[in-house]
Design a protein around this ligand. Structure first.
Ligand code: TA6
Length: 304
């Protein structure tokens, strides 16, 4: 069984860095790492190892967190960067299993907080146990390294610690803040084949920039390229580079689905867009025993 999580006070005494990082008690008492440096501010919960804020100095908040987000054991935080593993969306052979896998509703272990050339590197981990193996019969260790600076870098590593190979899906399910979804665009997916989950995963080919004009839930397959989230309303471009990710997912719930989510403000669909570095469906990862796989994302922001 996993060890009990130390109190925020104990964690702060062990890992806090004076004037730069604090571990405090967040909503519901869950510990959160708060970063404040000359380069940026940021927040990362031990619950789900979930980044919920990154604000580079001189820029507005990059990460969207719903004003209705709840912080209850077993419930995913609505917004931030949920970690989806070892499956994406519903579990194909068990509709009762939690959506997006096992780890975003677990409290992870805070391993370290380090300064690296002005940035703050936070490392958290989680691993399989009897509970996870009831739903997914494999042994794994997962580590998220989040580096908060003028850029935000995320490295999600999965290690196969068992005696048999396994296949997994994954996503860094990033909710981005946008000024106005009607004007936002995603550049860099032109010509890429995508599966439209609003239409039975019908296959399409992207033509030009992605515009959002209704419920959107598209998985761009076999796409390793970097892409840009263009936000005219906030006069900015968020550049998202990725490594070892073959799928890019673009999601906006739009009006009806937003109204149906209790942990999502009725109008918040206009100020967010999920742009996710993933490996899902045909792009799922086969991991031999004893091997590990790291998906990396680096985000930066510039004026349009
Ligand atoms: O990433 C897009 C998606 O898979 C959509 O299908 C929608 O389900 C969204 O994730 C939200 O999922 P969640 O479980 O966080 O409500």
């Amino acid at each position: 069984m996993t060890q009990p999580t130390p109190s925020p006070q104990e964690l702060n005494a062990r890992f806090g860095i004076v004037n730069l990082t604090q571990i405090i008690s967040g909503p519901g008492g869950t510990p959160v790492v708060r970063i404040t440096t000359p380069q940026c501010t940021g927040e990362m919960y031990l619950y789900g190892a979930q980044v919920t804020s990154w604000k580079p100095t001189g820029a507005q908040e990059i990460i969207f967190l719903s004003s209705k987000a709840v912080f209850i054991e077993g419930k995913a935080i609505r917004g931030g960067i949920p970690i989806c593993f070892p499956w994406f969306r519903a579990k194909s052979d068990d509709p009762k299993a939690p959506a997006h896998g096992l780890v975003r509703t677990e409290t992870w272990t805070l391993e370290s907080i380090e300064q690296k050339s002005g940035a703050i590197n936070v490392t958290m981990s989680t691993q399989s146990d009897a509970d996870t193996k009831r739903l997914w019969p494999h042994d794994f260790r997962a580590v998220l390294q989040a580096t908060f600076g003028a850029e935000l870098k995320l490295a999600f590593t999965v290690a196969n610690t068992g005696a048999a190979p396994f296949r997994f899906e994954e996503a860094l399910h990033t909710y981005h803040t946008v000024g106005d979804i009607h004007k936002a665009r995603v550049r860099g997916l032109d010509g890429v084949t995508y599966l439209d989950n609003t239409n039975s995963n019908r296959e399409n080919k992207q033509s030009g920039e992605v515009a959002i004009s209704g419920p959107t839930d598209s998985a761009y397959m076999n796409s390793q390229s970097a892409f840009d989230l263009l936000d005219p309303a906030l006069n900015r471009r968020i550049h998202i580079a990725k490594q070892n990710s073959n799928t890019t997912v673009i999601w906006n719930p739009w009006i009806e689905a937003a109204h149906a989510m209790a942990d999502f403000g009725d109008d918040e669909w206009q100020q967010m867009l999920c742009a996710e570095a993933a490996n899902i469906m045909a792009n799922a990862v086969e991991l031999p025993t004893g091997k590990s796989h790291t998906l990396t994302v680096v985000m930066s922001v510039a004026a349009l």
